[in-house]
Design a protein around this ligand. Structure first.
Ligand code: APR
Length: 333
């Protein structure tokens, strides 16, 4: 999954580079700056002294010393002054300059804190949006794994309106009585098995027995998940890369799916592609069925995805912001 939101202490992240939300002096401070310096040890400060500070929006790189990563990229976010002092552009350049520096140093994985959202008081939901939008734009053109590291629940916030809308939608759709839905869900899968078996049996009875082995019969059965995926990519005139990047799926996983028509994806992977293809709900359910899944009214994950599809919002990265806020797994693979 190229862009992940994780709960962790950034000083514990085993990635190629972690990003420090520093101040202009680069001589340490509180918050994540303080945590990184105390975990890295005094040599980090010594190297920072030789950097002669850093302008807001810029980024500079050092070694990581005692940290479990190879580099620390120091960037200085804007102090929030109400939004009229170019704060958004400066925050965007923190992410862009840090990512470009990581790319220059051939980093394959980078971890960011939510820059400016602590002491610098940038509204957390807006700071998250800038981070997600800037990083996802970069990932459309570059192969890298990027983590947004959330230190604690209170430092993570999506917009209040969005949160309450989704909460109301879940309350409305979420079926508490799991028994019913489990049976219903089992019935759906039963239908799937009967459907698959009967079309296979039908084919074998129509003289396929003579000419074809079971292999031929399987080939004849309705298209598989990956065949439907590749067909839809062609029909929509998308390139493979456009599709898997929009789906927050890495290239390796996509090539596994492309090369095996019976590939069995996870539900989150199916939904990632269905969203990238912007399928209407009925086609989304069809794609899920081909992979052996169905939407379940007792799954908050499913309900949140359906909420966004009904709103016409297919942006996997934005849906992941909400899924993370509701402690659900993220979409992608
Ligand atoms: N791991 C991950 N994230 C962390 C950690 C940690 N160990 N510690 C704090 N954070 C989070 C905060 O919860 C916040 O969401 O990092 C985000 C950024 O908060 P700050 O560290 O306060 O950084 P910022 O708001 O950019 O202010 C920078 O604070 O520490 C000083 O020297 C720094 O003057 C500079 C200012």
């Amino acid at each position: 999954m190229p862009l992940q939101i994780v709960r962790n202490d950034i000083t514990k992240m085993k990635v190629d580079a972690i990003v420090n939300a520093a101040n202009n002096s680069l001589l340490g401070g509180g918050g994540v700056d303080g945590a990184i310096h105390s975990a890295a040890g005094p040599d980090l400060l010594e190297e920072c002294r030789r950097l002669n500070g850093c302008k807001t929006g810029d980024a500079k790189i050092t070694k990581a010393y005692c940290l479990p990563c190879s580099y620390v990229i120091h960037t200085v976010g804007p102090r929030w002054q109400g939004g009229g002092y170019n704060e958004e552009k400066l925050l965007e350049s923190c992410y862009i300059n840090s990512l470009n520096l990581a790319k220059k140093y051939k980093c394959e994985s980078v971890a960011f804190p939510l820059i400016s959202s602590g002491v610098y008081r940038y509204p957390k939901d807006q700071a998250l949006k800038v981070a997600i939008n800037t990083i996802s734009d970069f990932l459309l053109e570059n192969d890298m794994t990027v983590y947004i590291v959330i230190f604690d629940k209170k430092s993570y916030q999506i917009s209040e309106k969005l949160f309450s809308d989704i909460k109301a939608y879940i309350d409305d759709k979420y079926v508490k009585d799991y028994e019913d839905t489990k049976n219903e869900y089992r019935r759906d899968l039963q239908i799937l098995e009967e459907y698959t078996f009967s079309s296979e049996a039908k084919l074998l009875d129509t003289g396929e027995k003579k000419s074809g082995s079971l292999e031929n019969a399987l080939d004849q059965i309705d298209e598989s998940f990956s065949q439907m995926l590749l067909r839809k990519i062609d029909e929509l005139g998308m390139t493979d890369a456009q599709c898997y990047k929009k789906a927050n799926i890495d290239r390796k996983l996509f090539s596994k799916i492309r090369s095996n028509k019976f590939y069995k994806p996870s539900k989150a992977t199916v939904l990632a592609f269905a969203l990238a293809l912007e399928l209407p709900l009925d086609e989304m359910e069809d794609m899920l069925m081909k992979a052996g899944f169905a939407f379940s009214p007792s799954s908050k994950f499913d309900i949140i995805v359906q909420y966004f599809v009904e709103q016409g919002n297919y942006k996997v990265y934005e849906i992941n912001e909400a899924l993370f806020a509701f402690d659900q797994n993220l979409i992608g693979g």
